[in-house]
Design a protein around this ligand. Structure first.
Ligand code: FBP
Length: 546
């Protein structure tokens, strides 16, 4: 593989490992745990993996140098640092016993079911240390959920003499990891399953998981791009830029980028829902800022829009709920219809209230809401062009205000969608270190005989050597939620908390940002240099933890 000069230099970066993981390690076990909600239901569904204690690794000498073979799976969207989880896991597994083997299942959970794998060797791995992307073994969104899949997976697990599977994924994939762990435990197969918290969206976090890996690098990459746009915007002074940001339902990415770049406007979906705002309220707020700035001669600005916004406008959220149930129940009759017939079908089956909402949406948006869900039942929000929808509606509002003599200005919008640009960036030092420590913890959880745990690393706003590492029972993070028309045990998704410090810090400053030009240009991620430049965590993490 040919490498750039940066890649070559970066390959030799040795991730910083917490002190507790550096030498011999022992386990400190906490008290038994319970799920965040619906305890009785979750306990019944996970009798073998419910209630286990929290685990912390501390210096000591208890974990045996065991012979273990491990299989690893990358699941879902790419997130910077995945290769370093594999590096940390590989190094620790080999340290435990040089004869131990690590297998990578190819293209996501489907690789386990279809028996597609490679053995990860030192030479092969070295090309991927500290690189972004998941291209070492590929990723996929196959949902591991049926007994047939679990049994098919077991065949290859037995053939390769694998003791444990590590699933690197988001909330949905880790939910599936937990179901798999429970199944193998119930059957007494002696196969352990360990999860690892991945997603740029930042929505897999709770009391135990401070952040999911990839969020740091992705938000720094988007913030660099937004800063560049802000500078362009402040140079040409003629465009309003509408930037949609990935993040699925949660607005963590938009909020973090806003804290880093101070745009004129950033919409937070969770606030829209909590305040029961309509699309028209959102449009009027943006148009008011455009009009105010036009009066000051500033016909330019930057608006950040979280990709899941549309689902959080309460009326549209209700419509999506009904569409989800409708598509789940009538999938077969609906699928083969053509575009117009599908629209008619939907109109004929929706309740009166949701039909009225559906009719107010531009046809293209209605169509995108009626497309197939992803394998986990999510609306594919990245396909909905919310940035265009919003700017068109702002344009129309300004035109109506102009007619009433309330607005005189130029409004020239530009549209951007930042998502794929950041998911495979070379991991920041934070993600490189964090992921390496997560992989090391996953290996130690396996060597300690644990299953149904997610590897965790805490105290992440301190220097990396003072981070704490361990494991959390996945059942502890679960509750029951409606998915595809049925109640299912799932890891609770973390949305932006309106009483949390990141949102409050943003809310205290946003009026000023809307009126004046307060842009910050963060510039690119730095891999070498003073620690305050190259080792800083996100603002979200700093505000939440300190
Ligand atoms: P995960 O939840 O799997 O980590 O994926 C994150 C994400 O990048 C979302 O922000 C986005 O909505 C989605 O993946 C896009 O999916 P795809 O990669 O299938 O286009």
């Amino acid at each position: 593989m040919e490498k750039s000069a940066l890649q070559k230099a970066r390959a030799s970066y040795q991730p910083k490992l917490p002190k507790a993981l550096q030498g011999a390690v022992k386990i400190a076990e906490g008290a038994p745990t319970q799920s965040v909600d619906n305890q009785e239901d979750i306990k019944k569904l996970f009798p073998n993996t419910y209630g286990m204690p929290l685990i912390e690794f501390v210096q000591g000498n208890e974990i045996p140098a065991k012979a273990i073979n491990v299989g690893i799976i990358l699941s879902g969207g790419q997130a910077p640092g995945g290769h370093n989880v594999i590096s940390g896991l590989f190094d620790e597994v080999k340290k435990l016993n040089p004869n131990n083997r690590l297998y990578g299942f190819l293209m996501g959970p489907g690789g386990l079911v279809d028996h597609k794998y490679i053995e990860i060797t030192a030479d092969f791995l070295n090309d991927y240390r500290n690189t972004g992307g998941f291209d070492m073994i590929g990723s996929g969104r196959t949902k591991l959920e049926t007994t047939e899949q679990f049994e098919k997976g077991l065949e290859i697990i037995r053939k390769l003499d694998i003791n444990a599977i590590v699933i690197i994924g988001g909330d949905d994939s880790n939910t599936n990891a937990c179901v798999l762990a429970e199944y193998y435990a119930a059957k007494n197969y002696g196969v352990q399953v360990i999860g690892c918290p991945k997603t740029i969206d930042g929505d897999l976090k709770n009391d135990q998981i401070e952040t999911s890996f990839g969020f740091d690098t992705a938000t720094k990459t988007y913030s660099e791009l937004i800063g560049n746009i802000e500078r362009d915007c402040n140079s040409a002074r003629k465009y309003w830029h509408f930037v949609k940001l990935m993040g699925r339902s949660a607005s963590h990415i938009a909020l973090e980028c806003a804290l880093q770049t101070q745009p004129n406007i950033c919409i937070i979906s969770e606030e829209v829902e909590a305040k029961d705002l309509t699309l028209n309220n959102i449009i009027e707020n943006i148009a008011a800022a455009v009009a105010y700035r036009a009066e000051q001669g500033q016909n330019f600005g930057v608006v950040l829009i979280p990709e899941g916004l549309i689902e959080f406008v309460p009326a549209i959220g209700r419509l999506i709920q009904e569409l989800n149930d409708l598509l789940a129940a009538h999938g077969a009759d609906y699928k083969d219809l053509d575009k117009d017939a599908q629209r008619e079908y939907i109109m004929a089956h929706l309740s009166a209230e949701n039909k009225a909402t559906f009719e107010t949406l531009p046809e293209s948006v209605g169509r995108q809401l009626s497309l197939d869900r992803d394998p986990h039942g999510n609306v594919q929000v990245s396909l909905i062009e919310t940035e265009k929808l919003i700017s068109e509606m702002v344009d129309a509002k300004l035109a109506s205000w102009a007619k009433q003599g309330k607005y005189k200005g130029q409004f020239a919008p530009q549209h951007h969608f930042f998502g794929y640009e950041g998911r495979c960036a070379a991991p920041s030092n934070f993600d490189a270190d964090y992921c390496y420590a997560l992989g090391t913890s996953a290996a130690l959880l396996i060597a300690s005989g644990k299953t149904g745990y997610m590897a965790i690393v805490k105290n992440t706003t301190a220097n990396a050597e003072n981070w704490k590492a361990g494991g959390v029972p996945i059942t502890m993070m679960m509750n029951m939620e409606r998915r595809n028309g049925e109640m299912k045990p799932v890891i609770r998704k973390a949305l932006v908390e309106l009483d949390g410090k990141p949102f409050k810090t943003f809310a205290a400053q946003r009026d000023e940002w809307a009126k004046n030009t307060c842009y910050i240009y963060p510039g690119p991620i730095q891999y070498w240099g003073p620690s305050e430049v190259c080792d800083q965590p996100t603002k979200t993490l700093e505000l939440e933890q300190k």
